[in-house]
Ligand binder design. Structure first.
Ligand code: TXA
Ligand code: MG
Length: 378
């Protein structure tokens, strides 16, 4: 059993450990993480262990990116398909040279976008250096690179002295963790350390941008939007993520072919020209489901609260439609809460696919396994 011999003291003591099997949970302050505890976590990385850590997007499940055996253990701990490559996290541009072999064009793009968005919620896919093991890239000639905007994450990488390969710290197929309690629920007993560094600011995974082609392409929408990319690079595209790859075709981002982010409950999205009409439709659907003995959850915003019976249904009002970043931020927590409440079916309102609304709808769409009901003009 991994053990740290310190005990929790007063309210401000960062060190309240929970342990079972081999997992140690370490509380760290977001702004002022205890260097000794971080040093301990870095030691775990150096000796090939698994450390879950906060980033500004979601929690990551990290290992030394140069240690193939440690990287393999990430896949085991998550139950992740072996063909889904990992993002490599760096703390500074010195580490970029260890993992990226991209030529001048890619370097320029990294430097221009990095200046604007690193550290931050942007992963760039570039040509990989052979030093990056196959276990990380799953045989691709490219590597996903990200500098996270979180002091704990950056310090952990710096103290470990190596880039850290990390997928989101959830069991494969479950919604990504935006809070430490989500990580504990999924991975306690499967990893060496879980750092509790508070809630993640963004709450959904980074934008994945392929910078290897002529036109930079967003393979996974996130908080850095297509408009942001075009502003910096002068061009960019967001291929239709609803289109499933054709049979035999290799998807550009292997992860996007899996139904992701699903709660246990069935999720359905309702779309239509008039949001008032959509709400009336959902309210009727909710009645029908309840009549069939189902426990119903509804995903809306505060504008929609009037339309649903909060006493009969589990209604989540996630912020306001005027601020899609906040709705996005609250989505994964809401999906996990529906499961906690034993909801059987979640009826969700659709959101406009503009700016960060692309990230929101992309994740909702995957949670729903692609089930969108268009009610038309009603
Ligand atoms: O915000 C995030 O990106 C979080 C935090 C922990 O950094 N990480 C994360 O990792 O979401 P993961 O593994 O759950 O998602 C990574 C996505 C997958 O869809 C994967 O297929 C794609 O990035 N990806 C990774 N490397 C790639 C590559 N070389 N080419 C294309 N897609 C890649
Ligand atoms: Mg993931």
């Amino acid at each position: 059993m991994t053990r740290i011999n310190e005990t929790s003291g007063g309210k401000n003591d960062e060190f309240s450990d929970i342990q079972a099997k081999n997992t140690v949970v370490i509380n760290l302050s977001k702004d002022n993480p205890d260097p000794e505890k971080l040093e301990y976590c870095a030691e775990v990385i150096k000796r090939g262990g698994l450390v879950c850590f906060p980033t500004e997007t979601v929690y990551g499940l990290g290992a030394n990116a140069f240690d193939p055996a440690a990287v393999k253990n990430i896949f085991k701990a998550k139950g992740r398909p072996a063909d889904n490559p990992l993002i490599v996290h760096i703390a500074g541009y010195d580490m970029l040279n260890l993992i990226c072999r991209g030529g001048e064009n890619q370097r320029n793009r990294i430097s221009l976008l990095g200046k604007e968005y690193w550290p931050g919620p942007l992963t760039m896919i570039a040509d990989r250096d052979p030093a990056v093991p196959d276990e990380v890239s799953c045989g691709l000639q490219t590597v996903g690179i990200r500098m996270p905007d979180n002091k704990i994450a950056l310090e952990l990488i710096r103290l470990s002295g190596v880039p850290i390969a990390a997928p989101s710290a959830n069991l494969s197929g479950k919604p990504s963790p935006s809070k430490a309690e989500h990580v504990i629920k999924d991975l306690f007993g499967r990893v060496d350390v879980i750092i509790d560094g508070g809630d993640c600011r963004v709450g959904v995974e980074s934008t994945v941008l392929d910078i290897t082609g002529d036109i930079p392409a967003i393979l996974r929408p996130g908080a850095v939007t297509l408009e942001d990319v075009i502003k910096v690079l002068g061009k960019g595209e967001l291929p239709d993520w609803k289109k499933a790859p054709k049979k035999g075709e290799t998807p550009r981002s292997p992860g996007m072919k899996y139904t992701h982010y699903s709660p246990d409950a069935e999720v359905r999205i309702y779309d239509g020209k008039d949001i008032g009409g959509v709400r009336s439709f959902i309210a009727k659907e909710a009645e029908k489901e309840a009549a069939n003995g189902k426990k119903v959850g509804i995903f809306t915003t505060k504008e929609g609260a009037y339309a649903y019976d909060g006493k009969r249904f589990a209604v989540t009002c996630a912020g306001t439609r005027d601020d899609l970043l906040t709705v996005t931020h609250l989505l994964y927590g809401a999906l996990r809460d529906f499961d906690k409440k034993g909801v059987d079916v979640v009826l969700a309102e659709a959101f406009p696919q503009t700016g960060v609304g692309n990230a929101l709808m992309n994740r909702l769409y995957r949670a729903a396994g692609g089930c969108v009901i268009d009610i038309g003009d009603n």
